[in-house]
Design a protein around this ligand. Structure first.
Ligand SMILES: C[S@@+](CC[C@H](N)C(=O)[O-])C[C@H]1O[C@@H](n2cnc3c(N)ncnc32)[C@H](O)[C@@H]1O
Length: 570
């Protein structure tokens, strides 16, 4: 719509609102027209999106619906249609979230007085031939949104979730039976329910409890490192980002190493970052030390929530009595406050910790990490993926992706607790998933017991080699490693692959006073040679086990000379 038409629409709307307000006292709290959505604009995006769907251009449809939702997040048709576009685009995990938003929005519309006058969402399209009233159509839409959720769960092969959603949908059928709402997809709901049950039983008979555990939590889902509309993974090596990083690397390493971006034969065809010796560096030289940018603790130990140092004697609790974060001292508190703390201070995350408590320790911590990243995004008013300190990080891209069904629940809770509206697409669910995958490739544990994870953005630029020329040291607190050893002895065990403690060089960990990551040469490194560390430094693993672990734990198919003989086997 052009400006004049918009102004006219606004004026008409203002007059309408004034009239309605005078005759309906319940509408008096509507403050001004500007607080109401531009209904015609929303309608326009909806129509263009629908036309794109009809043409099979689902990406365009997705964008149109998104634009409409920015104007009017209270239009459930847009959420429901966006869920459909996402399903068609092959992103069922995102479709589930949008379907849920459609349902929530409908539930709110039912109780919102203003909507009776069409002031919140545009009415349904005129093309419909049935004679359903507005309320009935809303219910019909709600059923359809739930159907999208069932279909999305099926696509993810989350069979128990599919069944659960189908049961809920069928319950609604009974609830709304009196309304006699036509819904042509009931046979599809029955099919979804029968198929998912049958498949589950078949697979369970074949694989037993292990299958049950995996399918219940993870389903089948492959993340390719980025969503098609997100170009950040390609641009992460752009000159501007590269130059800033190069300067930081030079500063931190006293110009001993250079940052390079190249296509390294051993890392595949896409451009990668790596570090090279700027001059000959002798053995046992500290290349650099880095303090963590961000960390989270499981609270199994008393650690500073800012710098991650273990606090043995003194701790500095956040001055707010209902806040659970504590720090080394006022300095750490202040830095945390500026970075993320002021947004999460005093907020109750029990709900989230409750949800993740059955998860393996490390993945629970990943989720808690996102809370802090999202908080930084809110405070800097940017998408968390654009946070300068993390925008260069390479993301996890592997069939063992970090998505689990509970991610949706955790994401929704994070949004709620941080007070981020669901239509703030800087924080959409795909951003959450992309953040998780950036973290998964790059965080390190602060101790051999996985009680905390920290992110060292510059250390994250060091590549892996099974014959490394450098070592990475992170604080060792001398904890008993027996619990870890138990997992380590059984490389077939799924658990083996979820613990990134192996990023540490556990053979020779010096006692560091602060929780810095220290990169040190193992041997003399000649000028121009790549600096590498061993990401899975367990001497007791044979080559095949190491390759498997690299693949499953780090998403890496290593092609170094030691691995190349094994690559075909894993
Ligand atoms: C911690 S980052 C290292 C820096 C990375 N090259 C970059 O461009 O940002 C880890 C990622 O680098 C890649 N990588 C590092 N060492 C590798 C190796 N030996 N073989 C294959 N990929 C490797 C993998 O994609 C891995 O997920």
């Amino acid at each position: 719509m052009n400006d004049n038409a918009n102004m006219l629409a606004e004026k008409m709307m203002e007059e309408l609102v004034a009239q309605l307000q005078s005759s309906h006292p319940s509408l008096r709290e509507i403050p001004t027209f500007s607080s109401l959505p531009l209904i015609s604009e929303t309608m326009n995006h909806r129509n263009v999106g629908n036309a794109a769907i009809a043409n099979g251009d689902y990406q365009k449809a997705y964008h149109e619906y998104s634009k409409g939702l920015i104007v009017n997040p209270n239009d459930p048709i847009l959420w429901c249609n966006r869920a459909y576009a996402l399903l068609k685009l092959g992103h069922p995990e995102l479709a589930i979230v949008d379907a849920g938003r459609a349902i929530n929005t409908i539930d709110q519309l039912h109780v919102d007085e203003r909507n009776k006058f069409g002031l919140i969402m545009p009415t349904f399209g005129k093309e419909r031939k049935d004679d359903l009233g507005y309320e009935e159509r809303l219910i019909q839409l709600k059923l359809k949104a739930k159907l999208r959720e069932c279909q999305a769960y099926e696509k993810l092969n989350l069979l128990l979730h599919t069944q659960k959603s189908c049961v809920e949908l069928l319950k609604w059928k009974e609830e709304y039976a009196e309304d006699n709402i036509p819904f042509q997809w009931w046979p599809e709901v029955t099919r979804l329910q029968i198929d998912s049950k049958k498949k589950y039983e078949e697979e369970y008979a074949k694989f037993g409890d292990e299958y049950k555990e995996r399918i219940e939590k993870h389903g089948e889902w492959v993340f390719r490192g980025s969503y098609p509309w997100d170009r950040r993974q390609i641009h992460r090596v752009d000159d501007e980002i590269f130059q800033k990083l190069q300067k930081k690397i030079e500063d931190i390493s006293s110009s001993q190493v250079n940052l390079v971006k190249d296509t390294f034969e051993e890392l595949g065809n896409e451009p990668h970052y790596g570090l090279r010796a700027a001059s000959d560096i002798s053995a046992n030289t500290v290349i650099f030390e880095e303090t963590p940018f961000l960390c989270v603790n499981s609270k199994a130990k008393t650690r500073c929530d800012y710098c991650n140092k273990e606090l043995k004697t003194f701790k500095y609790p956040c001055p707010r009595s209902d806040c659970t974060e504590f720090f080394c001292d006022n300095k750490c508190y202040k830095q945390a406050y500026d970075l993320y703390h002021r947004l999460i201070c005093g907020k109750d995350f029990t709900d989230i910790t409750e949800v993740v408590k059955d998860e393996e320790t490390t993945s629970s911590l990943y989720h808690l990490f996102i809370i802090k990243l999202f908080a930084i995004g809110v405070l800097r008013n940017i998408c968390p993926l654009d946070i300068e300190e993390i925008q260069h990080l390479r993301r996890w891209e592997h069939e063992n992706s970090s998505f689990t069904a509970i991610s949706i629940e955790i994401y929704q809770k994070i949004m709620q607790i941080l007070g981020i509206p669901q239509s703030d697409f800087n924080f959409d669910f795909w951003v959450y998933i992309s953040c998780l995958s950036a973290i998964k490739s790059n965080v390190r544990t602060g101790t051999i017991l996985t009680d905390s994870v920290s992110l060292y953005p510059l250390t994250s630029l060091v590549n892996h080699n099974c014959n490394p020329n450098a070592k990475l040291y992170i604080e060792s607190d001398g904890s008993d490693a027996s619990s870890f050893t138990k997992i380590e002895r059984n490389p077939q065990n799924y658990e083996l692959f979820i613990n990134p403690s192996a990023f540490l060089d556990r053979n020779a960990m010096p006692k560091a006073e602060f929780n810095t990551a220290e990169l040190k040469t193992k041997e003399e490194i000649k000028k121009g040679n790549m600096i590498t560390i061993n990401y899975v430094n367990f001497p007791e693993l044979d080559d095949e086990e190491r390759c498997r672990m690299l693949r499953n734990m780090c998403g890496i198919k290593c092609k170094c000379s030691k691995c190349s003989v094994q690559v075909g086997n894993v």
